[in-house]
Unconditional design. Sequence first.
Length: 512
Amino acid sequence: MLVETHTDTGSKDHLDTPRQPYLLAAEGLNKNYGPIQAVKGLDVYLRAGEALALCGENGAGKSTIFKILAGEVVPDGGRITVSGSEYKPANASQAVTAGVSMVHQEFNILPHISVAENIFIGRMDEFSRFGRINWKALYSAASRLLESLGIKCNPRAEMRSLSPSTQKMVELARALSTDPKVLLLDEITASLDHDDADTLHRLMNALRAKGVGIIYVSHRLQEIFLSCTSIEIMKDGSWVATRPASELDEDQLSALMVGRDLADWKRPARPPLQEEMLDVSGLTASGFRDVSLQVRKGEIVTLAGLAGSGTDEILDAIFDAGHLTAGTIRLEGSDYAGKSVSDAIAAGIAMVPKERAVEGLIDTQSIRFNIGLANLSSNTRGVFVDGAREAEQAEQGADMFRIKARSTAELVRSLSGGNKQKVLLAKWFLTNPRLMLLNNPTRGVDIGVKFEIYDLMLKLSQEKKLAILMASEDMAEVIRLSDRVITIRHGEISGVFEGPEITETNLINAML
Ligand SMILES: Nc1ncnc2c1ncn2[C@@H]1O[C@H](COP(=O)(O)OP(=O)(O)OP(=O)(O)O)[C@@H](O)[C@H]1O
């Protein structure tokens, strides 16, 4: 069902036709965080059966809108109705009762309890009698729900035993268990593997057919065209345009989002590279075996594989070499005997991990502190941290990656998701590494910054002879950036591709 939407052609009046009233109408929303105007007079209109993509650069205000709609943040101004009734949720559970459920960008789970409890958390009294929980009823309700949604996992399993992708799908099951009229999905696919992303898109279509309205945020523009019927673009907290998805293509959408055309971005031609930086041979550890590969100075080599193929483990094992069961690592022709992360940093290796929330950043500290952490050795005088040097370096990082914040003294937890990822990248790029290990470096980063990161990676590899070994699930990124691609299947190398051999068909055939 293609749903009629308002457009930005002509005036910006949104007519609520009697034929199909708005399921959700938010008008004139405002939200300030201190001096930051995160949302400025924004309108959002959603009809039953519509999947509306909310698009904008990192820090544009998308998550803030979602938090307002989900009752987690009280707006400073504006009016919302759901099914025509005034909607002013004081908290998330009032939002759920009114039919609005959300899946967050960051993980929102309790790792030490079961899948079933995570799904029905806050509603366990539905399964209790006289103060005792009827576990059988709880597990069978969870089992029925998961099965109906096509999510394969054991409701009795402890949440932390699941892959991040399955954990996210359980969060989706939790949102759907409340039978929402409006479903808010905030960058959910950033955590999903291929199969779960397919299941999600199938579910979105089924939900739309049942009349559920969906608002969807993703920096993967391809996905938006796959499953959304309309697109609202915002910039710096304000409305820019709303269009039916059928009227835009990816290039037009990215131009509307970032205000410039990115369609012509091409990787510059690069001279042949000779000097070897990394040479690993017969590397074996949990999740992969007998991996041998080389990365030359100035080269970008990518490990490409399906989720669970072993690419994450290979990068982790080079950075934290204490867990290897066999194999050797050589750096610039010399044996590397490092056994820990600190040995790796001392040897000039840096790593941007996949899960920034868990492995990468201390949320409760400032941007400056987080960038400084990886650069402590250059920022200390004797036993004291040189505050001025640390601040200068943080400024440099914030500039280089266009981190959107009032100052580098701001706490990382108050940043938007994409800006957190930029802090992580700045932190490691500023250590001036010889070898950079990047696990999905542009995850959650907006399209404009994505291309800036590509330019930066190419510049550093070219000018500073930085060797980059990256893992990426973004096929367009793999093809755009790599000098060489090594495909990994079931923990083993299944192919090596260079230059014109790097095509989507070749890579996918070798990955499957
Ligand atoms: N709790 C907070 N305290 C202070 N500032 C905040 C807070 N939450 C968000 N902001 C600021 O509000 C602005 C909008 O952030 P928001 O998270 O809504 O952006 P976003 O569009 O979702 O970005 P991304 O694509 O990076 O996730 C940003 O400048 C952000 O730093």
